[in-house]
Each structure stands twice: as C-alpha cells, then as structure tokens.
Design a protein around this ligand. Structure first.
Ligand SMILES: Cc1cc2nc3c(=O)[nH]c(=O)nc-3n(C[C@H](O)[C@H](O)[C@H](O)COP(=O)(O)OP(=O)(O)OC[C@H]3O[C@@H](n4cnc5c(N)ncnc54)[C@H](O)[C@@H]3O)c2cc1C
Length: 299
C-alpha cells in the first residue's frame, strides 16, 4: 500500500506510525525487537527507522529495516539522507532497498554531523532532499514521504521559500509529509493551511514527541530550532532532575496535543518513540485507540 493510502480517513481508528532509531549495541537491538513485538499491539500503519546523522548508521539502518520488513513482517519505512555520501552511493542504497523489498522511504537531506552546525554537501553528493525524491521516483517502486517544518526549516530565509521547496518535493513525487516535532499546534495548522492554499493535497502527518526527559527535549529542540512555549518551559523546569515526572508530564502534554490535532483534522499521528513503548501506549490509551469499538474519528 502507498504511504498516503494509510490516511484515507475511512477507518475509525486514527492511523499511527512509530519512528525508531538503530541502537548501537547488540543488546539494544535485541531489546528493540522485543519492543516492536509489544508495539504491534498499537496497530501502527508502519514503523520507520532513522538514518543516523551524516549517514553514520547506514549499514545498520538497512539491516534493521530489512529485518523489520522481512522477518518481523511489519510495514517499514526507511529514512534515507543524502549527507556524507556521493550520488552513486545514494543510488546504490536505493537499489539495496529495492532488493530487500522495501518500498517506503522518507527522503531527507540530513543534518550535519554531531558538533557541526552547517550542512556541507558531499563533493559528489546531492544538495537537497528533492534530488533524492526525483531519483527514488524515477525507480518507480517507492512510495515517498518528505519532511515538513511547522516552524519553517532553520536554513530557509522565509516561510514562503520553505513552502516553495516543500511543494516542489511533493510535485517531484512525494505522497506524504511528516512534520518535525512541535509543541504549539498553531504552527501545524498554519502549515497545512498554507500548503492547501498552494494546491498541495497530500496528507500532512504531525510528528509528536512524548517528552521523557527535560535535558533531551532541550537538546532536540535546540538542534531543530523548535519552540517550547513558555508555559511548557515553566512546567519542564520543575522536572529537570526527575525523568519519571517529565515522562508523566510528556504523556499528558502529548495526549492534549494529539486530541486537538485530531479534532482539527490531522490525518494521523507519527510518534517519535525514542524506541520506548510506555509513553506511546499511554497516549494511545488516553486517545481511546484501544477502546472497543474504537472512538470515532473527529474529522
Ligand atoms: C520526519 C522526519 C524524519 C527525519 N529523519 C532523519 C533521519 O533519519 N536522519 C537525519 O539525519 N535527519 C533526519 N531528519 C532531519 C532532517 O534531515 C533535517 O531537518 C534536515 O536539516 C532537513 O532535511 P529536509 O529533508 O527537509 O531537507 P531539504 O528538503 O533539502 O531542505 C533543507 C533546506 O533547504 C531548502 N531547500 C530545499 N530544496 C531546495 C532547493 N532545491 N534549492 C534551494 N533550497 C532548497 C529548504 O527550504 C530548507 O531550508 C528528519 C526530519 C523529519 C521531520
């Protein structure tokens, strides 16, 4: 099934997808597969596996994607970036994914390596995600998602410029937009409205991070330049040394955020799970995801 077809809106349950990252150790990977077994209960439309900063997890990402898709037999979307590799290397990875039977891809530029602030293209590499969208589209077998930025991408000089390139990625063949994390839903709704005004009709799925630690959310938001609203900052400052309390607050916050997004017409939720089951499970429980019969979707 194509990625956008998961969001047709003809099911009672809100479609969810779960983002994972490749653990560095064998033990971590064993645990990940145990958690995936638990997360199957969430009935996600697909899992996705990130591609480490500057391509640092390239082989591991491909291995884990193949295991998820072929051995665990769950729909899996591979993250692929163009940073740190030549055009030929990127094309080779696309061919490897095809050979593995992986047909879902999120095409990304990628962030600079840890410690560096500016994206520097590989001398023989692609400059932007759109070039990867074009390559993958030309191969014919991929269903392609791209990243969208509710608060605009930090490298772009204006909202209009960012929207222009996001629309261009869709025009080049992407059928789904998944957003960067955000904590103020107004940014998401403004993004969707602006895209619709430009004639972009693909589903725009909000990316939601249930907070599990104050230090971590501060690091993430510093990296992607997402705003933490004042009232959330105030709450978080109480939990700086208490991950358990931060996690409980993160569940409450993500639940409220998802409820408002779904009520406002968001077609699904993409969870930045950080390979954890508890927060996503609790948010989904709060949303009535496991209720029988499932709560009607408010569209
Ligand atoms: C859902 C999601 C998943 C992610 N997964 C990963 C991951 O697994 N690994 C990882 O390293 N990073 C990941 N990222 C982060 C992403 O790689 C960074 O945010 C990166 O800085 C931008 O990627 P992009 O695909 O949006 O780039 P692009 O679409 O290339 O955009 C980057 C900037 O260039 C501008 N631009 C785009 N095209 C052009 C053009 N043709 N000419 C001029 N300007 C242009 C855009 O407006 C923007 O300012 C993810 C982000 C999201 C939202």
């Amino acid at each position: 099934m194509r990625l956008d077809e998961f969001y047709r809106g003809d099911e009672l349950q809100i479609p969810v997808s779960i983002e994972l990252f490749p653990p560095k150790t064998r033990r971590g990977r064993d645990e990940l597969f145990e958690r995936v077994e638990l997360m199957k209960r969430f009935d996600p439309k697909f899992f996705s596996m990130t591609y480490g900063a500057a391509g640092s997890t390239r082989d591991l990402t491909l291995e884990l994607v193949s295991r998820l898709q072929n051995d665990v037999a769950v729909e899996t979307m591979c993250h692929l970036t163009v940073v740190g590799q030549s055009r030929d290397e990127t094309r080779e990875i696309l061919r490897q994914l095809q050979a593995m039977g992986v047909d879902k891809l999120i095409a990304l530029r990628g962030d600079p390596p840890r410690g560096e602030s500016e994206f520097v293209p590989h001398p023989e590499g692609f400059l932007h995600a759109i070039e990867l969208v074009r390559e993958a589209t030309a191969l014919g077998s991929f269903s392609i998602a791209v990243a969208g930025f509710p608060e605009r991408h930090p490298d772009s000089t204006s909202r209009e410029e960012d929207l222009h390139w996001l629309k261009a990625k869709v025009d080049a063949g992407a059928c789904l937009i998944i957003t960067q994390l955000f904590f103020d839903n107004r940014y998401y709704f403004e993004l969707v409205e602006s895209l619709r005004a430009l004639g972009v009709e693909v589903p725009v799925v909000p990316g939601i991070l249930p907070i599990v630690s104050v230090g971590q959310v501060r690091r993430f938001t510093a990296l992607c330049k997402a705003t933490i609203p004042g009232e959330i900052q105030d709450q978080l400052s109480k939990y700086v040394d208490d991950d358990e309390a931060a996690t409980a607050y993160g569940i409450e916050l993500a639940t409220r955020q998802c409820e408002a997004l779904i009520a406002g017409g968001a077609p699904g939720i993409h969870f930045y799970s950080l390979n954890r089951t508890q927060s996503v499970e609790q948010v989904l429980t709060n949303l009535g995801h496991f209720a029988d019969p499932p709560r009607s979707r408010q569209r």
